[in-house]
Design a protein around this ligand. Structure first.
Ligand code: PLP
Length: 384
């Protein structure tokens, strides 16, 4: 089954471009909202998945907060109208100007990953005569069994404070008067489809809270991060990820203390399925071993296959002819500029429209201008 795309409206558009189905985005946001409100959970959209200004303003309409990992993302979130008290700021390497930006806007929370970072935030907050609210990002040492490049919660990872360092961090915190500890933050990885690592995370957080309780420390906010995966194989069969089951896992396995707020930071699961990279076939090249469909889109437009070996379903929207096997490649002068090897596509011809599906997350935002290429434009189903 192919996706339903308005080819007739695209005739004058320059390819490649991103095409966003805003109806699907809104349906997804409705689902997230209903599923999270059932348990009073707070959702912060992870801006890094897609910071297109229209996408951000649609997400904001649904009352979500923003999870930012840079000063630029904080600015983008503010410009899209996210209230600063719903912005959290994570990242292993926050620069002084980025911390100052967060302090100036009184954002909800800095998710802090090390003692030196706590010390710098304390100093910068003191200079502004403010108290910075922080959550400690703790590495829960749980393997999310996802691709090694997107696993973040295991011990040797650069992210977070390791469990055996926690006491030392809490000791240091008592000496930093311009910091207020308000929460704990976790993020185990991305594209996680198995619910077991999330269950493990719940029990790990319980243990950590017990450890904190021994020192009379209680936190108001628990942030379980993002990471819920999507179905890259069947974007039409499962366009909206199963948020009900996801939140239910946390509800069943983690009992929040009275007055404790529970937060999530989904990125991919909200925006991935609503976006496709649209391209046209430039040439069909018959090699001695293989047939290549050469597109006008390359890894400058969508880098996930080259960067993480990621799979995206590809459809030839112009042809219903018998399927043939192609390597679908881009025009960039690098061998890694290949979207997929040995893919079955309806017989391809020069000029055919090609949709690379499930590209709404970590697609447009990762585009580059390598080879002096233009950045891809974005079009929206409700504005064409
Ligand atoms: C990337 C990231 C997210 C979002 O991850 P998804 O897999 O896109 O849901 C959430 N929180 C933090 C801290 C992140 O780094």
């Amino acid at each position: 089954m192919k996706g339903n795309f308005p080819l007739s409206k695209w005739e004058r558009l320059q390819t490649p471009f991103y095409y966003y189905d805003t109806e699907l985005l809104r349906n997804t946001l409705d689902t997230v909202k209903a599923a999270s409100e059932k348990y009073n959970y707070h959702v912060h959209y992870a801006v890094k998945a897609n910071a297109n200004s229209r996408i951000l303003s649609i997400v904001r309409e649904y009352g979500m907060g923003a999870d930012c990992v840079s000063g630029g993302e904080i600015q983008a979130a503010l410009e899209a109208g996210f209230p600063p008290e719903k912005i959290v700021f994570a990242g292993v390497g926050k620069a002084d100007w980025e911390i100052n930006l967060g302090l100036e806007h009184n954002i909800l929370c800095f998710n802090v990953e090390s003692i030196p970072e706590l010390e710098v935030i304390n100093e910068l907050a003191q200079a502004k005569e403010k108290i910075a609210s922080v959550a400690l990002r703790i590495n829960p040492e749980i393997d999310a069994h996802t691709h090694s490049f997107i696993t973040t919660g295991i011990k040797e990872n650069k992210f977070g404070i390791n469990l055996d360092q926690l006491d030392k961090v809490l000791d240091r915190l008592t000496e930093l008067p311009y910091i207020k500890l308000i929460g704990l933050h976790f993020h185990i990885g991305s594209q996680v489809l198995d619910m077991k690592p999330f269950k493990k995370l719940c029990s790990r957080v319980k243990e950590i809270q017990q450890q904190l309780a021994k020192r009379d420390v209680a936190v108001e906010h628990i942030n379980f991060g993002g990471g819920l995966g999507i179905d890259y194989d069947h974007p039409n069969r499962e366009p909206i990820p199963d948020f009900e089951t996801y939140f239910e896992v946390f509800h069943k396995h983690f009992a929040a203390a009275p007055n404790q707020q529970i937060h999530f930071e989904p990125g991919r699961s909200i925006v991935a399925q609503c976006g496709s990279l649209i391209s046209r076939v430039l040439y069909v090249k018959e090699g001695s071993e293989k047939k290549f469909a050469i597109l006008d889109a390359g890894f400058t437009d969508l880098i996930r296959p080259a960067l993480y070996d990621a799979y995206h379903k590809i459809e030839n929207l112009s042809s219903d002819e018998k399927k043939e096997t192609y390597d679908v490649v881009g025009p960039i002068c690098e061998s890694s500029d290949c979207f997929v090897k040995d893919m079955e596509l309806n017989k391809a011809h020069r000029g055919d429209w090609i949709a690379i599906r499930s590209a709404g997350a970590y697609g447009e935002i990762m585009a580059s201008q390598y080879n002096c290429r233009s950045l891809p434009k974005a079009y929206f189903s409700d504005l064409l």
